[in-house]
Design a protein. Sequence first.
Length: 131
Amino acid sequence: MTAVLLPSAEQVMVAWAKAHTALAAIHGGRVGTRLNATLPAIRLSRIGDAPPEPWQDAASVQVECWAADQADADELARTFVAALPDIRNTAVAGGRIWTYTVTSGPFWSPDDPSLSNNARYILTCSLLITT
């Protein structure tokens, strides 16, 4: 018997955010699960929820929109939210993203001033992904 893997929520979100033209115009391709040192950038992390069925995933993903100042981080976060309807019914390697829900944010969450002066907005969303 062969195991059928669900698509990785992080990987499909990274690929989608990198390819989206409105987002790419701001982040310049700097999207990943690790923060790029050059800003603006987006960091995505799966933060919870579990597949309710072997063929279905309900993934919670944290989206961090980073920039050198608050206005640019805010623009990136608002653009991400405005772009999300385009993720509905998207075919991905090994499956499909059916829909999303923004579950919190975007909210202002600057970096610790002892670490940097970078600006950040965070939002979380839930994705329904199937094989």
